[in-house]
Design a protein around this ligand. Structure first.
Ligand SMILES: [Fe+2]
Ligand SMILES: [Fe+2]
Length: 278
């Protein structure tokens, strides 16, 4: 009977993967599938998922199994593999020595471009002499509510940047304090732009604007203030990187582009702050 290896993580329960599987089953009802879920590294996991990477992968594998059984596929077994998809496939093929008639690799749209750029599907085909089919799926865990929650978090970080800048610009002493003051004042309009954009976007998505910024820490020496600002910019950059993926996954390309511009502006802020510290 035909046997397929199906590799998926966030897209494991996507309609796109289900329809690819359904097509294969339609040709031979006895086709068996082995589901392979890479253990995603923690830093790549989106922040609404709870638990460690192994637990999440196991949960994903179980959900994927139920999902594919629901479309009439026979699932022989599920495996949690290496965090790297290529390594996961390699290990599976080497350890089990099973003959596969094909490999289905299902990724998110953004991962697709990474895969294609690296030519991974062809590499696997050549190495294991098994046809590889690449399916681009959408995450079923990404909802409008998650995106709105994330944007509210970003909005509050921008508001914190504004409060911190006003406070630190006034509080900085000495030469470094003076330079920091000039820099923070110069960047204030862009932080305000970011905050305004995010609040408007939350409303446009049908969400509720939740303003709850943390207050800036009591001020210390200028060097300490500088370090606080550097740490805050790093956090904002990390959040935007994550949000860009979420926006793309949600299918809002315009938002992803706006967030990319904001990430670029925060990267400028960070670099200028770091230069001050040298
Ligand atoms: Fe900002
Ligand atoms: Fe900034």
């Amino acid at each position: 009977m035909p046997r397929y290896l199906s590799l998926a993580n966030q897209t494991a329960a996507s309609p796109e993967l289900a329809s690819a599987v359904r097509e294969i089953v339609a040709k031979d009802i006895d086709t068996e599938f082995v589901l392979l879920v890479p253990a995603t590294p923690m830093e790549d996991l989106l922040d609404w998922q709870d638990g460690d990477s192994e637990t999440i992968a196991k949960r994903t594998a179980q959900a994927a199994k139920d999902h594919l059984a629901g479309v009439g596929a026979k699932v022989a077994r599920t495996e949690v593999g290496d965090a790297s998809p290529v390594k996961a496939i390699e290990n599976e093929l080497e350890q089990h020595q099973e003959k596969y008639d094909g490999i289905i690799i299902s990724t998110l749209p953004l991962q697709r471009s990474r895969w294609v750029a690296l030519d991974q599907p062809r590499r696997i085909e050549r190495r294991f002499k098994v046809p590889v089919r690449h399916v681009v799926g959408h995450s079923v865990t990404m909802t409008r509510e998650d995106l709105i929650n994330g944007l509210n978090e970003d909005l509050n970080l921008e508001l914190e940047a504004i409060l911190r800048s006003v406070y630190h610009a006034a509080a900085g002493r000495g030469m470094l304090g003076h330079e920091l003051r000039e820099l923070l004042k110069k960047e204030l309009p862009s932080e305000l732009d970011h905050a305004t954009f995010l609040a408007d976007k939350i409303v446009a998505l049908g969400g509720e604007v939740r303003i709850r910024p943390a207050m800036p820490a009591e001020f210390g020496a200028a060097r300490e203030l500088l370090q606080q600002n550097i740490a805050a910019e790093r956090k904002v950059i990390g959040n935007y990187a994550k949000r860009i993926d979420q926006a793309a996954e949600f299918g809002d390309k315009g938002l992803a582009i706006r967030l990319e511009n904001m990430l670029a502006s925060e990267t400028d802020h960070l670099e200028q702050l770091e230069r001050l510290g040298r």
